[in-house]
Design a binder for this molecule. Structure first.
Ligand SMILES: O=C(O)c1ccccc1NCC(=O)[C@H](O)[C@H](O)COP(=O)(O)O
Length: 221
């Protein structure tokens, strides 16, 4: 992995914001397939957005406890590079989906306290990537994308068997500190580059990517 921190902009719904993310240097763009989300896109919308994305930028589909039929239709209709699983998918399900759909799988794991760290070790052995995210509160409407951060000291300097991304409540103001504290080489953002739920903003996307890429990561690779 190169020295610059890799950025994923998640929950894109608009071609102008996809272009803004790509132009600013995002390495991943994420599309949300979760009807209750303000960022939900249809397969047709996602396909149109995906066709704007150049080679070298990974197109990630975020799903929540999706069944095989949904994933089959999704992967047939939308050109994708990765699946992001943001529900209660077990390690066995992660393994099965990697095999069935032939795409790398990133498993999101919510962290609120030290008791959540064992799950990162378990999923790190079977997933292609981990998304280390804030655990949503019990009454949250969404399982992610809540703009909530967790205590980064819980994972400072920790490593897993696969590459990982830091997520949860990041924005242009705090991302450099988060990178310094955790040693993250990849970061993911959704709410922190929005002006309203589901409404991304090109200036915020630019500011976030610039702040992440200029952050100094002092941890060894
Ligand atoms: O964004 C959503 O609406 C969403 C819906 C269902 C599951 C996950 C969802 N989002 C996850 C993300 O966008 C990010 O990967 C992550 O949780 C960080 O989000 P944020 O704290 O808003 O930056």
């Amino acid at each position: 992995m190169s020295d610059a921190v890799h950025v994923k902009i998640c929950g894109l719904t608009d071609p102008d914001n996809v272009q803004a993310a790509v132009a600013a240097g995002a390495r991943y763009v994420g599309f949300v397939f979760f009807p209750k989300s303000p960022r939900n896109v249809t397969f047709a919308q996602a396909r149109a957005l995906a066709l704007c994305v150049p080679e070298g930028v990974a197109k990630v589909a975020l799903t929540v406890d999706a069944d095989d039929d949904m994933l089959h239709a999704l992967t047939q209709e939308v050109p994708l590079d990765m699946l992001q699983l943001h529900g209660h998918e077990t390690p066995a399900r992660v393994t099965a989906l990697r095999q069935r759909f032939g795409l790398p799988v990133m498993k999101a794991v919510g962290v609120a306290g030290p008791e959540d760290l064992a799950a990162l070790d378990a999923y790190g052995k079977v997933a292609d990537q981990l998304l280390v995210d804030a655990k949503p509160s019990a009454d949250a409407m969404l399982p992610g994308g809540n703009g909530l951060s967790f205590d980064w000291r819980l994972i400072a300097g920790r490593r897993w068997a696969c590459p990982w991304m830091l997520a949860g409540g990041l924005d242009a103001e705090n991302v450099a500190a988060a990178i310094r504290l955790t040693g993250a080489r990849q970061v993911d953002v959704s709410s922190g580059v929005e002006i309203a739920p589901g409404k991304k903003d090109a200036a915020r996307i630019n500011a976030f990517i610039s702040a992440a890429q200029s952050a100094t990561n002092t941890f060894p690779v």
